[in-house]
Structure formats: structure tokens, C-alpha cells
Design a protein around this ligand. Structure first.
Ligand code: NAI
Length: 247
């Protein structure tokens, strides 16, 4: 039987690359994103790869939207085996005291509340159906302190807390929850951020021992490994994938 995955932020970047990689394993995908046009394209691409795929529009910061994407996925596919809890935004890259309160709230609502609501509703289905695997997207800014991203870093450290505490509560019931902590990776989000802050790109690349950014495909490989049964005894880990950046 084909496995079923939900991927938030599945219309772009790490989410889309992972959807495509999982499709190679025959996994059927529920693409969740706020961007309808890109979501429809992603579904077309995945169907072209030979799997079943649906798009559910959602703003992950709204709990009703999160409940809806879980319900729609279960209605269509019957269950949820894998969850890539990944949608997120980066922020403007300003120093913290120059950041306005609206930006702080928005980052927390999407990156933290969005991730919490996702785990809350998805784990309910997984536990009812005997278990499942979740990968949450943290960041190198979720395992180290970095300038110009204080709020983002706070939400990505929180992802580590969600990951570890979910394992403490539910590993015994068949749930595996891990996190990834990517360094700067060449996705549309990062391209946009570095276009607005070119100095930060230079700094980032020169600070990476491998002297290049990561690719979405490299991250997708790790997420696929963590979600599938190859990683059956890996639980509560936060795996850095950053070319040695936070080493
Ligand atoms: P991206 O911008 O290419 O993709 C993010 C997707 O999330 C987009 O399709 C966007 O429409 C969607 N999205 C944004 N807000 C949403 C909302 N409220 N509800 C539903 N969907 C929403 O970005 P990327 O780089 O693929 O980012 C994915 C995750 O990886 C984020 O959580 C980000 O913080 C994290 N990350 C990215 C790194 C990088 O260098 N690209 C490094 C470390 C972490």
C-alpha cells in the first residue's frame, strides 16, 4: 500500500523538493500551501511522476485551516503516514530593535503556531491509526544564535522543543518525530532574502566550511530518510544539514 504524506509549504523550496523525492518512492502527497497557483503546479508535477496528489490551500497560522488540511487529506487518502511540517517565513533580516511588532507577531504565528497546530492535528490521526513519522523544519538558527534573525531563531529553537517533547509523550505509541536544521539553502525564500541583504549572502557563504549553500535536493534526501522506515529507530533527533556551518 502506498504511503500518504502531508507537506506544508509543499509548493516551493524544501517542501516541493521533498514532495518530488517522496513521489519517487511511490508516496502519495497532500500539498499544503498558502500559494494556490504554485500548489496547483506542484500537484501537476507530482501526478506526472505517477503518484496521487491533492492541493489544500491553508494559512498554517490559522488553526481552522490546519484542521481543514488534515480533514481533507484523510477524506481523500484515508490516513496520514508521513508529515513534513515545514511551512515558514524568514523575516526582513533587520536587527531586532529595528523590527516592528507586526513582523515579530507574523513570524511567530506562522513558524511557531503553524508548526504546533500541525503536529496537534496530524498526530491525532497518526496515533489513532497506529503511528507515523513527522519531520519538523528547524534551522541552523534553531540550534545556534545568529544576528538579524532573533524572532526567526526563537521560533526555530521552539521547533526543537516541540520535536523532543512530542517524543517524550508519544514515542511509546508509535510516533517518530525528528527535526532538520538546514543551513542556508538555495530556495526561493533564501534567494529573495539575500537579494534584499546581499552582504549577508557573502557572509553566509564565507562562513560555511564547504563554501557553498545547500540545495533543496540535498535536504529532501535527508527528510525522506527520516520519514521512511530506514530511520525506524531514530527519534527526537535534530539533524544539522549545513555544510559544516554550525559545526
Ligand atoms: P520557500 O519560500 O521556498 O517555501 C516556503 C513555502 O511555504 C512557500 O510555498 C510559501 O507559500 C509557504 N508558506 C509561507 N507561509 C505560509 C503560511 N502561512 N501557510 C502556508 N504556507 C505558507 O522557503 P524554503 O526555504 O523552502 O523554506 C521552508 C522551510 O525551511 C521554512 O520553515 C524555513 O524557515 C526553513 N529553512 C529554510 C532554510 C533555507 O536556507 N532555505 C534554512 C533553514 C530553514
Amino acid at each position: 500500500m502506498s504511503k500518504i504524506a502531508i507537506i506544508t509549504g509543499g509548493a516551493s523550496g524544501l517542501g516541493l523538493a521533498t514532495a518530488s523525492r517522496l513521489a519517487q518512492e511511490g508516496v502519495n502527497i497532500s500539498v499544503v500551501d498558502v500559494n494556490e497557483e504554485a500548489g496547483a503546479k506542484a500537484v501537476e508535477q507530482l501526478k506526472g511522476q505517477g503518484v496521487d496528489a491533492i492541493f489544500v490551500k491553508a494559512d498554517v497560522s490559522k488553526s481552522a485551516d490546519v484542521k481543514n488540511y488534515v480533514d481533507k487529506t484523510v477524506e481523500h487518502f484515508g490516513t496520514i503516514d508521513y508529515f513534513f511540517n515545514n511551512a515558514g517565513i524568514s523575516g526582513s533580516g533587520k536587527f531586532f530593535l529595528d523590527t516592528d511588532i507586526e513582523e515579530i507577531e507574523k513570524i511567530v504565528e506562522i513558524n511557531l503556531f503553524g508548526a504546533l497546530y500541525g503536529v496537534r492535528y496530524v498526530a491525532e490521526v497518526m496515533l489513532k491509526n497506529g503511528g507515523g513519522a513527522i519531520v519538523n523544519t528547524s534551522s541552523s538558527a534553531g540550534v545556534t544564535g545568529q544576528d538579524s534573525v532573533v524572532t526567526y531563531s526563537a521560533t526555530k529553537h521552539a521547533i526543537v522543543g516541540i520535536t523532543k517533547s512530542m517524543v517524550a509523550e508519544y514515542a511509546k505509541d508509535g510516533l517518530r518525530v525528528n527535526a532538520i536544521a538546514p543551513g542556508p539553502t538555495e530556495t526561493p525564500m533564501v534567494k529573495e532574502f539575500y537579494e534584499a541583504n546581499p552582504k549577508m549572502k557573502e557572509n553566509a557563504t564565507s562562513g560555511i566550511p564547504q563554501k557553498r549553500l545547500g540545495t533543496p535536493e540535498e535536504v529532501a534526501e535527508l527528510v525522506t530518510f527520516l520519514l521512511t522506515s530506514n530511520a525506524n529507530y531514530i527519534n527526537g533527533e535534530v539533524i544539522r544539514i549545513d555544510g559544516g556551518f554550525t559545526n
